[in-house]
Design a protein around this ligand. Structure first.
Ligand code: 13P
Ligand code: SF4
Length: 349
C-alpha cells in the first residue's frame, strides 16, 4: 500500500545502496515512471551493446521485454545476473515464432531450396531461435542495422529466411531493391510457403509474424493526417506494414525517429507511428514542434507496460534481500550459439 512517492524513495535508496553493483537499462518504450530510474536508455541495439560492455554490475534489472533480458544474459558474464521485473513482459511478435515451428520450416525450406538459404532473426525472438540461426551461419538484426545485415547475408547465400517480423523483413528487402514478387511468406500455422509464381524467383522468405503495436498504424491514419495537416511530415517504424511505410515521408528504427525529431526545425510538424510511451515523451521534449501520434488513439505496447514502478520496486527489494526472483537465465547450450548470432551482428554495428 505504498504511495508513489514512497515507492520512488525506496528505488532511490536501493540504487544508492547497491551503487555500481546495480545496472538498470531501460528501453525507449518504457513508462516514464520506470525510465526516470534507468541508468541508460536506448533502442534494442544500444541496450544489447551496453549489456556487452558492462562487466561491472552484478545485478542487471532489465526494464524492457523478455527477449531483451535474454539477450542481456547471453552477452554478460556468468557472474552477472539479469532480472526482468515482471515475467509476463513478453513480446507478442517474439511469440509468433517458436523453435519447433522454426525447425519444421527449415526442413521444408531446405527441401525446396537446398543449401541456398541463410537465416536471419530480428532480436525480437526467443534465445532458442537466435541459437538456431547462429548454428546455421546466420545472425540477429535490429531495426537499426537490418539493411546492413541483409546485405551481409546476401554475400553468403542466394536467399534469406527472415524471422519473425514480416514487415521489417519486407521493408528492408524492398529498400535494397528486391521486388515484392521475389518475397515469399512462410506461414507457421499451416506449415506452408505462400508464394505465387515459380519458386526459383524467391529471394526472401518472410516469417508470417508482426508487431501488434505497429500494425495499428494504417493507411487510413495517413490519409487522415494528409488531409487535416497537409504540411505535416509522417515518420514511422519499419515494423509498420509496407503500405504504411511507402506512404510515409520517413521510416526508421526507434533511434532514427528520436534523432530525426531532435534535428527537425523549430515549428515543424510531425506525425509519429511508433509506441505510445515514446511518442508521448518526444512530444514533451519538443514543445517547439507540433507532434502527434499517427494513430490518434495512441498505441501502447501492453507487455512493455507490465514493467511499472511497483514491479521495479519489488524486484529491487528482492535483490536487496538476496533473493533471486525473476532471474532470466538462458541455458548454456542455447546461449553459446545465440551469442554467435548476436556477435555476428555486433561486430558490424
Ligand atoms: P527497436 O528498439 O530496435 O527500434 O525495436 C522496437 C521494438 O519494437 C522493440 O520491441
Ligand atoms: Fe514486441 Fe511490438 Fe511490443 Fe516491441 S512494441 S515489444 S515488437 S509487441
Amino acid at each position: 500500500n505504498m504511495t508513489t512517492a514512497e515507492l520512488e524513495e525506496r528505488v532511490r535508496e536501493i540504487k544508492q545502496k547497491l551503487g555500481s553493483k546495480l545496472f538498470i537499462p531501460g528501453h525507449h518504450y518504457q513508462k516514464d515512471e520506470v525510465i526516470q530510474f534507468a541508468d541508460a536508455t536506448g533502442d534494442s541495439l544500444r541496450l544489447a551493446q551496453l549489456s556487452e560492455e558492462n562487466q561491472e554490475a552484478e545485478h542487471i534489472v532489465f526494464c524492457g521485454v523478455h527477449f531483451m533480458a535474454e539477450t542481456a544474459d547471453i552477452l554478460t558474464t556468468d557472474r552477472q545476473k539479469v532480472y526482468l521485473p515482471d515475467m509476463r513482459a513478453g513480446c507478442s511478435m517474439a511469440d509468433m515464432a517458436d523453435i519447433y515451428q522454426t525447425v519444421r520450416a527449415w526442413e521444408k525450406l531446405t527441401e525446396l531450396f537446398g543449401e541456398t538459404i541463410l537465416p536471419l532473426t530480428y532480436v525480437n525472438s526467443t534465445a532458442a531461435i537466435k541459437s538456431f540461426v547462429g548454428k546455421y551461419g546466420g545472425a540477429t538484426v535490429t531495426s537499426s542495422n537490418a539493411d546492413k545485415m541483409v546485405q551481409w547475408a546476401f554475400k553468403q547465400k542466394q536467399r534469406i529466411l527472415f524471422l519473425p517480423d514480416q514487415h521489417l523483413g519486407r521493408n528492408t528487402a524492398y529498400n535494397l531493391g528486391i521486388e515484392l514478387d521475389e518475397m515469399a511468406v512462410w506461414n507457421p500455422i499451416k506449415d506452408e510457403l505462400e508464394f505465387e509464381g515459380p519458386i526459383e524467383r524467391v529471394k526472401v522468405i518472410l516469417w508470417k509474424g508482426h508487431c501488434s503495436v505497429h500494425e495499428n498504424f494504417t493507411v487510413a491514419n495517413i490519409e487522415e493526417v494528409r488531409q487535416t495537416y497537409p504540411e505535416m511530415k509522417i515518420i514511422v517504424h519499419p515494423e509498420c506494414t509496407r503500405e504504411v511505410v511507402a506512404l510515409s515521408d520517413l521510416a526508421g528504427s526507434t533511434n532514427y525517429i528520436i534523432e530525426a525529431i531532435n534535428q527537425a526545425e523549430k515549428g515543424s510538424s510531425w506525425a509519429i507511428g511508433t509506441e505510445m510511451n515514446l511518442v508521448k515523451r518526444i512530444i514533451q521534449q519538443h514543445p517547439d514542434k507540433h507532434i502527434i501520434s499517427l494513430n490518434p488513439h495512441m498505441c501502447p505496447c501492453l507487455t512493455m507496460n507490465r514493467i511499472d514502478l511497483l514491479h521495479l520496486t519489488w524486484c529491487l527489494e528482492t535483490i536487496e534481500q538476496g533473493i533471486d526472483h525473476n532471474l532470466i537465465k538462458v541455458e548454456k547450450n542455447i546461449a553459446e550459439y545465440a551469442k554467435l548470432a548476436l556477435n555476428r551482428m555486433l561486430i558490424q554495428s
